[in-house]
Design a protein. Structure first.
Length: 574
């Protein structure tokens, strides 16, 4: 739809994931459009011209196509070999115009060589200035405006084919104030749509295509979706719809402080996989790609929706086992005792340590669940030490670098994806102020306070606060020392403000749950602390809780609190 080159230019970076396929595409002309076709191309704007040549050379209608291709140097004509081959037939011809030696196409040359013939069509593709100039010259030479078609390389072309000059920031501003955006309950949600699938699809697709500046193709896509839903009861989302829905669900996550990065989420479409073994391999690939040697990439892997339901038992891709002892104590992470016992019941031989990585358990429908041990090289961990307290390393603490949530649902456009592991990167307090500090988790504050020589006989000594700060200093220092991407809670508060600025510029409201955005330590020092204007409203697309896979019946109720995000989980196990 004319967006890929723009995306490569403006957004792509070393973290972008691309899937390559064979070149494809056809040109569809109306039954009454039987005249000669002319394509005016500059640089990589040759792509539509090639599609025209490929199609008309074999469609049997007898229509001819002539391509006028301008490029700066001879090396830029990379598809010349294909045009030479196509021009051996009688339907395709082309002109090579090397502007560094032959000069540029001008109005006089165009009028002389390409006079209008009844029924002729002209297709123009290239840089904005080139398209505008050639269009004006064709009209001045007697071509009807309706016979000149400008390739939409950006959303900056009006209905008459005129190319605007606004910069990219202005083009991205989309007013959705009159769109139908329906809020959901702030504290519970139901995975089954409370509107018909078609209505959910219409609302989502209208939002997506409008935000991307593609309103002109919306009706055609809606017609396809309506027909598919009428026949099957649901529809298959395109890869673009799947990806944008996943990003919108992140943008809509009212409890997430890290939404500034929503548009950089990399989405891996694995809907074609069928077996547990294939899915496990895809998950391990996800872990390696997302870990990226410590320079973490926000990544989501999607498996197919529908029946039989695909579920991951694990709350996160990486979790440490928790072993209950006869005296009531726990070795490892108490949050994972039940999961550990269930995996042991499947046959896993548990090592019994404090930081044993649990296997992944996949279940498809009513099949028996299967567990898979994660290769050690797919799990990057950081050993925790303190920059000023040498004894800290003796505590033997470690933590994994990839916070990948794996039991939530992506509810997007009337389709529910029940297995969508996704990750961001850690905020320091998730590990230091929750995982290591909570009494229901590793409960390390008393140990650290004793090592620091603090008086724990009364809370008035603020021993918990002092131990908490040093524990977070140790976590931050250790991750930075190993060059693993991590942010502190003050930086993430600033990123949230930047996110608000971006959304305001796009005329979109920002909804947020204050109680989740204020960090779990030094809350009053956060810029969010004094905010009393934040509204907690839940929008779709969204990420939602679902029952544990082993608790689920086949007609689930699926109600639960709004889910956490990979950046901030104050009330959930991080």
């Amino acid at each position: 739809m004319g967006l890929f080159s723009r995306w490569l230019s403006d957004y792509a970076d070393h973290e972008a994931l691309l899937r390559c396929s064979q070149p494809m595409g056809d040109v569809f002309l109306g039954a009454d459009e039987t005249g000669p076709v002319y394509a005016f191309a500059a640089g990589i704007g040759i792509t539509p011209g090639l599609a025209l040549a490929r199609t008309l050379s074999v469609d049997g209608t007898g229509r001819t196509v002539h391509i006028d291709w301008s490029a700066r140097s001879h090396d830029d004509f990379e598809s010349a070999y294909e045009l030479e081959a196509l021009s051996l037939g009688r339907f395709v011809s082309w002109t090579r115009r090397c502007t560094s030696t032959d000069g540029r196409l001008d109005a006089a040359t165009l009028a002389e060589r390409y006079p209008y013939q009844e029924g002729a069509l002209a297709f123009v593709c290239g840089p904005d200035a080139y398209m505008e100039r050639v269009r004006e010259w064709l009209v001045a030479a007697g071509w009807p405006a309706g016979s000149v078609r400008v390739e939409v390389f950006s959303s900056n072309v009006d209905v008459d084919g005129h190319v605007g000059r606004e910069d990219r920031a202005e083009r991205e501003v989309v007013d959705l104030t009159d769109a139908e955006v329906v809020p959901y309950d702030s504290f519970a949600l139901d995975l089954r749509p409370d509107r018909p699938v078609l209505r959910e699809a219409e609302i989502f697709l209208a939002q997506m295509y409008r935000e991307l500046g593609l309103s002109s193709v919306l009706e055609g896509r809606l017609a396809e979706v309506r027909a598919e839903i009428a026949e099957t009861g649901t529809y298959v989302q395109t890869a673009d719809e799947l990806s944008y829905g996943a990003r919108l669900a992140w943008r809509n996550s009212s409890r997430c402080i890290g939404r500034f990065f929503w548009n950089h989420l990399q989405v891996r479409d694995m809907r074609h996989l069928e077996t547990e073994e294939e899915m496990f391999e895809a998950i391990v690939d996800h872990m390696r790609l997302a870990t990226n040697e410590g320079d973490l990439v926000s990544t989501l892997t999607v498996f197919r929706p529908g029946e039989p339901t695909i579920r991951l038992w694990n709350g996160q891709l990486v979790r440490y086992a928790g072993y209950r002892q006869p005296d009531g104590k726990v070795i490892g992470d108490p949050a994972n005792c039940e999961l550990t016992e269930r995996i042991q019941a499947l046959g896993w031989k548990a090592p019994g340590g404090r930081f044993d990585v649990l296997p992944l358990v996949l279940q498809i429908g009513d099949r028996a669940p299967k567990y898979f041990e994660i290769p050690p090289d797919a799990v990057m961990e950081v050993e925790i030490e303190h920059p000023d307290l040498p004894w800290f390393a003796e505590l033997g603490l470690r933590w994994y670098v990839l916070p990948a949530v794996s039991e939530l649902v992506l509810d997007s456009g009337g389709v529910q994806y029940r297995c969508v592991p996704f990750n961001g990167f850690y905020m320091v307090t998730e590990i230091g102020a929750r995982n290591f500090s909570d009494e229901s988790r590793y409960d390390l504050l008393p140990v650290i306070a004793d090592k620091m020589g603090l008086d724990r006989r009364t809370t008035a000594t603020l021993w918990k606060d002092r131990a908490l700060v040093e524990l977070n200093v140790a976590v931050m220092h250790s991750f930075q020392k190993k060059k693993v991407r991590m942010q502190d809670h003050h930086a993430m508060s600033t990123y949230f403000e930047k996110f608000e600025e971006q959304e305001t510029a796009c005329k979109r409201p920002v909804y947020a749950d204050w109680s989740w955005l204020v960090p779990p330590m030094s809350g009053s020092t956060s810029s969010i602390f004094l905010r009393d204007d934040l509204q907690n409203v839940v929008l779709k697309p969204m990420y939602a809780y679902q029952k544990k896979a082993w608790e689920e019946d086949r007609d689930p109720d699926h109600e639960g609190p709004v889910p956490p995000c990979p950046y901030h989980r104050r009330r959930a196990h991080g």
